[in-house]
Every structure is written in structure tokens, then in C-alpha cells.
Design a protein around this ligand. Structure first.
Ligand code: NAP
Length: 241
């Protein structure tokens, strides 16, 4: 078990994809720092599921739209022991086009989806002791490398996060690998519904299985540390069409 005894911080891990990633890391042997924003009940439930596997869980609440709380999260996590990995999963995804995007919405998307991962990565890299190595995985979207007009502030925040992934991979080598997982249709949005023709746009013709997403994350956490700055699409080929 490659993650045995290692501590992995997953943001937005109370529910949905973040929960699946936290459970997968725990199954691979990791102790989990489980961050949540507002979903306290779900976070406590996920904590119980992980503890039942015999792993330790540290539950931490923070509003990642607040840069001070984002910057302080790693320090709070590191008080309980050194971190091995950071998975930047928390995000907001609003169906806003260019004309509906207010300055407030633009700023909120960038704060949660870009500024928080940067501040967390910066604090994570600083938290590593001499000779310690670590891993960062950023949750991206197929849109990040093919920005179109839909979900505009979200798409631009993920495009910038893809850029940050490569930039930090170079900056933090060789101690920290920084990679991205560019997802496609993995779970319908929690509010609203997926477009009716969605399956026509996915060469694989189906939704992702969250186990597939989790396997890809585990590869980036446990696999060769010669892989850095890579953006791995787990999208059934959606970025190709
Ligand atoms: N769903 C998909 O099919 C899909 C497709 C492509 C990419 N992705 C990417 O994969 C990741 C997970 O997707 P998802 O659909 O599971 O995401 P989600 O449900 O939309 O959001 C994940 C979590 O982010 C947290 N969050 C949002 N704003 C926050 C804030 N201000 N402070 C703290 N936490 C905040 C929320 O935590 P609380 O609930 O605790 O508030 C939420 O549960 C995201 O990065 C997303 O962009 C997903």
C-alpha cells in the first residue's frame, strides 16, 4: 500500500467527487485531512466511513473564498503531523456566460478555483521538512485546455489552474510533483441538470465511473515521481471532439 501512514489533504471532500477521492486514498492506506466548506453533516459521515477502514481523519472547515482561511488551512493540518499530498478538489461551477458574469461572480470563481489552490500549494510546499517529498493533484476540467463560451468564469479559472499546475511543477521540482486531472462528465451538477445531448459529445458514450477518477488520482499520488506538470484527461475522450 503506497500511501500507508501518509497524510493526504483533500479539499471539498465531504461529498461527491472529493468524498470518492478521500475514500480511495484511505483505502490505499492514507490518513485523511478532510476539508469541507458548508457540508458539515456529510463531512462527519465521510469521516466515519474512513475511520471504519482503520484510518485517521482530521476534519477541517474553511471558506476557500477567503484567502486568509485558504492560506491557513495547511498550517492547521500540519499541526497534527506532516502532509504528504494535497488534492485541490473544491470548486464552484456556475452556468454563467460572458454577459451574466458580474465582477463579484468572476472574483468568487477565481478565489475558490484558482487563488485557494495557489495559496494551499504554497503553504504545502513550505510545510515540507528538509528532504521530504510531496505531491499535488489539481482537479481540472476538459474545458481547461479548450476554453469555450460556457461556464465562463469557471472555465477561465480552470484554464489558469492548468497553467499554475505546469508552472508550479517546474518551480517545486524535484521535491513536489504537481499534476492535473482533467475530468469530463463525472457527476451531474448538484444544482441544475446536464445538457440533454451530453452523451453525443463524449466518445466513450457514458459518464465516468468515480472509481476511474479515483484510480487516476492514486496513480498521480503513488506512481512514478518522474511524472510532473502532466494533465491527465479522464473524460472518455471529450477533449478530442
Ligand atoms: N462533476 C463533474 O462532472 C466534474 C467535471 C469536470 C471537473 N470537475 C471538477 O472536479 C472537482 C469536484 O467536482 P464536484 O462536482 O464534486 O464539485 P462540487 O460538488 O461542485 O464542489 C465540491 C466541493 O467544493 C466545496 N466548495 C465550494 N466552494 C467552497 C468554498 N467557498 N469554501 C470551501 N469549500 C468550497 C464544497 O464543499 P461544501 O459542500 O463542504 O461546502 C463542495 O462540496 C471540481 O474541481 C470540479 O471542477 C467535476
Amino acid at each position: 500500500m503506497g500511501l500507508e501512514g501518509k497524510r493526504v489533504l483533500v479539499t471539498g471532500a465531504a461529498r461527491r467527487i472529493g468524498r470518492a477521492l478521500a475514500l480511495a486514498a484511505a483505502r490505499a492506506g492514507a490518513d485523511i485531512v478532510l476539508h469541507y466548506g458548508t457540508s458539515q453533516e456529510e463531512a462527519e459521515h465521510t469521516r466515519s466511513e474512513i475511520e471504519m477502514m482503520g484510518r485517521r481523519v482530521q476534519l477541517l472547515q474553511a471558506d476557500l473564498a477567503d484567502p486568509q482561511q485558504a492560506a491557513g488551512l495547511v498550517e492547521r493540518a500540519a499541526e497534527a503531523g506532516p502532509l504528504y499530498a494535497l488534492v485541490n478538489n473544491a470548486a464552484i461551477f456556475e452556468p454563467l456566460g460572458w454577459d451574466q458574469t458580474t465582477l463579484e461572480e468572476w472574483d468568487r470563481h477565481l478565489r475558490v478555483n484558482l487563488t485557494a489552490p495557489f495559496l494551499l500549494s504554497q503553504a504545502f510546499a513550505r510545510s515540507l521538512g528538509d528532504g521530504e517529498h510531496g505531491r499535488i493533484v489539481n482537479l481540472l476540467d476538459w474545458r481547461a485546455l479548450r476554453p469555450g463560451p460556457d461556464h465562463l468564469p469557471y472555465t477561465i479559472s480552470k484554464a489558469a489552474l492548468a497553467g499554475l499546475t505546469r508552472s508550479l511543477a517546474a518551480a517545486l521540482a524535484p521535491r513536489v510533483t504537481v499534476n492535473g486531472l482533467a475530468l469530463g462528465a463525472s457527476l451531474p451538477p448538484s444544482s441544475g441538470s446536464a445538457p440533454a445531448n451530453l452523451m453525443d459529445t463524449i466518445p466513450a458514450g457514458r459518464w465516468a465511473d468515480l472509481e476511474e477518477v479515483a484510480q487516476a488520482m492514486l496513480f498521480l499520488l503513488e506512481g512514478p515521481d518522474y511524472i510532473t506538470g502532466e494533465i491527465l484527461h479522464v473524460d472518455g475522450g471529450r477533449h478530442l471532439v
